[in-house]
Ligand binder design. Structure first.
Ligand code: PGA
Length: 247
């Protein structure tokens, strides 16, 4: 399966970051059949980056969308607006949004539906807290999130899953290969049980302190079909080193 190396800039990036993005585009060159490169900047940069990425091997996405296409929702941005700005992907249900904005699985599923409606590919995020892991409840928790955050219509649409243990995000801690492999294989089984063949082709990304030094090992784990990278996606050199580990 073609891997997806996705950068999540979170609330980072100014117009001055466009030069860093240009260096990423230059670094991936003509791209590769082995891996696709994607950067998800804050809303303010989606249009500018999508313009730079036009005609190149780089894709651009966003980090959230509203469930409605337009209307009286001050401060929100719809999936249709993101598509219009040149995005091809949108992250939904990141743990930081679930925590900061109280997003439920049902809301995340509705956001994924909105992405489909607008022709975007949603990257639906799942992941357990340290407390849940220590209680031995990781698999049940993540599979519960998967069942409720992936809408039924996903059976005929392209979507991506990102498994990001909350305790590994931005902490420098990564899940070990055994922990990652176990959860990814449980997600794969659940996707196949629900969507048959289609579920076998869904890319499952790992996220949480992925960096140049651990990317090759993580990307080599069965059922790891790419990465969702926060901190290490802000610098072209780091992002390109991770991309190089996938191609
Ligand atoms: P990190 O973030 O790579 O900085 O840990 C990953 C993410 O939250 O998507």
């Amino acid at each position: 399966m073609r891997k997806l190396i996705a950068g999540n800039w979170k609330m980072n990036g100014f117009t001055g970051s466009i030069a860093e993005f240009d260096a990423m585009i230059a670094g991936i060159g003509a791209g590769s059949d082995m891996a696709e490169a994607l950067i998800c900047p804050p809303f303010t940069l989606v249009s500018a980056l999508a313009t730079r990425a036009g005609g190149t091997a780089m894709a651009v996405g966003a980090q959230d969308c509203h469930t409605e296409s337009a209307g009286a929702h001050t401060g929100d941005v719809s999936a249709e607006m993101l598509a219009d700005a040149g995005a091809g992907y949108v992250i939904v249900g990141h743990s930081e949004r679930r925590a900061d904005h109280g997003e439920s699985n049902e809301q995340v599923a509705a956001k994924a539906e909105a992405a489909f409606r607008a022709g975007l590919t949603p990257i639906i995020c799942l992941g357990e807290s340290l407390e849940t892991r220590e209680a031995g409840a990781t698999e049940a928790f993540v599979l519960g999130q998967l069942a409720a955050s992936v809408p039924e219509t996903a059976g005929v649409r392209e979507f991506v899953i990102a498994y990001e243990p909350i305790w590994a995000i931005g902490t420098g801690l990564t899940a070990d290969a055994g922990q990652i492999g176990e959860v990814h294989s449980a997600i794969r089984k659940a996707l196949i049980a629900r969507f048959d063949e289609h579920g076998a082709g869904v890319r499952i990304l790992y996220g949480g302190s992925m960096k140049p030094g651990n990317a090759a090992e993580i990307l080599g784990i069965e059922n790891v079909d790419g990465g969702l990278i926060g901190g290490a996606s802000l610098k072209a050199a780091d992002f390109l080193a991770i991309y190089a580990a996938a191609v």
